[in-house]
Write a protein that binds this ligand. Structure first.
Ligand SMILES: Cc1cc2nc3c(=O)[nH]c(=O)nc-3n(C[C@H](O)[C@H](O)[C@H](O)COP(=O)(O)OP(=O)(O)OC[C@H]3O[C@@H](n4cnc5c(N)ncnc54)[C@H](O)[C@@H]3O)c2cc1C
Length: 331
């Protein structure tokens, strides 16, 4: 996508005068994802403050321009062709946290592990199990991220949002209907700017010790050394996606430079120079093999960006797939 469409060029021109928006055209995105694959954004825009984000969304709304919000990039597959419209990132003004008693307010661009360490240092319990997830706070809100039986929804009380037309809102987290690695944020087409947690007081050092204990446990559970984006598929009820893919004989299968990890079959690793096309082909191979062998249709945990969600639906016939909710969607 070397040349921006006329619509995106018009959008860039409208946004260019705003000092709180850092713009980059034809911006490579692979470097902004943990899997390190995918093409460019027609336009990348980093908003410094919430007011800048409101301005950006009002403008995309007026021009009916598509947008996609990228957090830490640890749960997305970006197509090789790139993403049309504007890819939005949250900047400096969204990385702060404030702790008052047991209440914690955290900006959406703050790293979740950093937040967990800060709250543990304040002897507050609730986020220890989430400390090992390579996520932004906003991404974890959007995915209702979870680990070792703890999910964001257990301690997240409310969220501050900017809606697709620039309206600001504060909602109880329950209003986003958090479920297994999903919320209704995609349907709402809203961006989380801040998360409000209620945590529990803990004996001195207990939360920090628990983080350390879980870190040791986590070590060895996932493949290390090669870029990846964590679990590819959600676990179907009563089973594990990794077990099913392994039982279908696909552990270690390669397409190009992408591999279904020989260590954990629900992880695809980039051995160096993999493309999104390689990764997508492996996802489909795993999906088809498990469906043929066990009659189970695996649902991606990853958000499939750009045209990949539609391609997934076409190739699998899975209309209800979570990936159908990915941005950009028609405005
Ligand atoms: C090594 C590894 C281990 C992992 N382990 C776990 C685990 O144990 N548990 C788990 O749940 N996940 C895990 N993941 C997956 C991933 O880290 C989580 O899903 C994470 O919460 C995604 O956050 P992100 O900031 O990277 O979001 P991104 O990947 O950038 O985006 C994911 C989705 O969230 C949306 N989004 C991001 N920020 C916002 C925002 N501010 N407002 C609205 N929407 C937003 C994006 O538009 C996109 O649709 C792992 C990933 C890796 C690479």
């Amino acid at each position: 996508m070397p040349v921006a469409s006329a619509a995106t060029a018009a959008l860039a021109a409208r946004l260019a005068g705003r000092p709180g928006l850092v713009l980059e055209r034809a911006a490579p995105l692979a470097r902004l994802t943990t899997l390190r694959v995918g093409g460019p954004a027609e336009l990348l825009a980093e908003a410094r403050t919430e007011a800048d984000l409101v301005f950006l969304l009002r403008t995309t709304h007026e021009l009916a321009a598509p947008w996609f919000l990228l957090g830490w990039g640890s749960n997305v597959l970006i197509p090789d062709e790139g993403i049309p419209g504007v890819v939005v990132r949250l900047g400096e003004g969204f990385r702060r946290a404030a702790i008052r008693g047991t209440r914690v307010a955290a900006g959406a661009a703050l790293a979740l592990p950093k937040l967990a360490l800060r709250t543990a240092a304040a002897d507050l319990m609730g986020l220890e199990a989430l400390a090992g997830i390579p996520s932004s706070v906003g991404g974890a809100v959007a995915m209702n991220a979870g680990c070792y039986g703890t999910e964001m929804k257990d301690s997240l009380v409310s969220v501050r949002l900017v809606e697709h037309d620039g309206t600001r809102r504060r909602l109880p987290y329950a209003a986003l209907a958090p479920g297994y690695r999903r919320t209704n944020l995609h349907e709402r087409r809203a961006i989380v700017t801040r998360a409000h947690f209620e945590l529990t007081p803990a004996p001195p050092g207990a939360a920090r010790a628990r983080i350390e204990e879980l870190r040791q446990r986590r070590r060895g559970a996932l493949p290390t050394g090669h870029p990846n984006a964590g679990s590819v598929f959600k676990n179907p009820p009563g089973d594990y996606a990794g077990r099913l893919i392994e039982a279908a004989g696909l552990k270690g299968k390669r397409v190009g430079a992408a591999e279904i990890s020989a260590r954990h079959a629900n992880v695809i690793v980039n051995l160096g120079g993999a493309t999104a096309t390689d990764v997508f082909a492996l996802m489909l191979a795993a999906h088809h093999a498990v469906r043929d062998r066990f009659g189970i249709s695996l649902d991606p945990e990853w958000v499939l960006a750009g045209h990949l969600a539609a391609r997934w639906r076409e190739a699998t016939g899975d209309e209800a797939s979570a990936s159908s909710l990915s941005f950009p969607i028609p405005v």
